[in-house]
Design a protein around this ligand. Structure first.
Ligand SMILES: *Cc1c(COP(=O)(O)O)cnc(C)c1O
Length: 333
């Protein structure tokens, strides 16, 4: 598996730390919980999109782009990391932000990731919820192309086979860290949304025969739909890597029991997870993704789905910038 064959802009702070969470593990009475700190990838408050963008932005440069476009929810971490990466490379960046929550909270609409998008010099346009955002983006890209721009369009979440290579790389990195310190990992848990993170990870894990089950905690789609999305992207990623068929359908496991009322709307266990990580470990989660992923992790520990003596790695995908768009939910104000 020779990732160096693919173009890449080396910009993330890698490897991200792998740390043991003693106080959280103690509070839950086991298992032994470890955290892979992909919230520390180093680009504009970090997060999982940075690994994907290393490969996507390289493809944009290879194609001669002078502008990148992407889309996401108003508080999209992916949009913010794309804006920062574009700034670093001297590319223009245009973002379409979809109103998926209907929130009229000024902080949700202007603070957090939205503030950072604009600080990085990106231009933004809003869209109401429920549109075909890929089609919206293609239409806007055509307008820019007619003006002479060379636009590279990144699908929502950067979840293409190219983007997923970033998480194939993460699987290799994590296994290397575990092997170096004699850590036997029994399970990996992470939030899953547009599917690139889980698809890349499972492809990497299977390609090196790691033998570690991976559970994606869904943040939007129902289980079956989420698993189908991840599986389709994992298949395409494996093909790109030259190991077609390495991922089986049953390797892809998603659990959408922690979504609550909908995408971007935290529920009580999301907020409890954010507070536990903050108060016990000094680590910031977010209300849209990692807070729901951690709510799933905590419930699996409490309910005995993870055994006391097991070692579980939680892949922290970032998102803390969104906290500042959700202050009213977090403080109850
Ligand atoms: C995008 C995102 C995810 C989900 O990753 P996908 O690759 O889209 O499945 C998880 N956590 C955070 C903080 C994110 O921004």
């Amino acid at each position: 598996m020779h990732l160096a064959r693919f173009s890449r802009v080396f910009l993330a702070h890698l490897p991200t730390p792998l740390e043991r969470l003693d106080r959280l593990s103690d509070a839950l009475g086991g298992p032994e919980i470890w955290i892979k700190r992909d919230d520390c990838t180093g680009l504009s408050t970090g997060g999982n999109k940075t690994r994907k963008l290393e490969f996507l932005m390289a493809e944009a440069l290879d194609e001669g782009a002078d502008m990148v476009m992407t889309q996401g929810a108003t508080q999209s971490n992916h949009a913010r990391q794309t804006a920062a990466f574009a700034a670093r490379l001297g590319l223009a960046c245009h973002l379409l932000l979809e109103d998926r929550t209907g929130s009229e909270d000024p902080n949700y609409n202007r603070n957090g990731n939205v503030l950072l998008d604009h600080l990085h010099g990106a231009t933004t346009e809003k869209r109401p919820g429920g549109l075909d955002m890929q089609a919206e983006m293609e239409a806007v890209a055509e307008k820019f192309r007619a003006e002479g721009r060379k636009v590279y369009v990144i699908p929502g979440g950067g979840s293409t086979p190219t983007g997923a290579l970033g998480y194939v790389n993460c699987a290799f990195e994590l296994l290397g860290q575990a092997n170096d310190r004699g850590l036997v990992i029994d399970h990996i848990v992470t939030a899953t949304g547009s599917a690139g993170t889980q698809a890349g990870l499972i492809t990497g894990l299977k390609a090196i025969n790691a033998g570690i089950p991976l559970t994606g905690i869904g943040v939007r789609a129902p289980k079956e739909k989420q698993e189908d999305m991840v599986f389709a992207l994992a298949q395409a990623t494996a093909e790109k890597l030259g190991c077609p068929g390495v991922v089986a359908r049953e390797d892809v496991v998603a659990d959408s029991s922690y979504v609550g009322p909908g995408y971007g709307i935290p529920r009580e266990d999301t907020i409890e997870a954010i507070k536990m990580f903050a108060e016990l470990e000094g680590i910031l989660l977010d209300p849209v993704y990692s807070g729901k992923g951690a709510a799933g992790l905590i419930d699996y520990c409490r309910s005995g789905k993870f055994g006391k003596g097991e070692r579980v790695v939680f892949l922290h995908t970032g998102g803390s910038a969104a906290l500042f768009g959700y202050d009213s939910v977090l403080t109850g104000a």
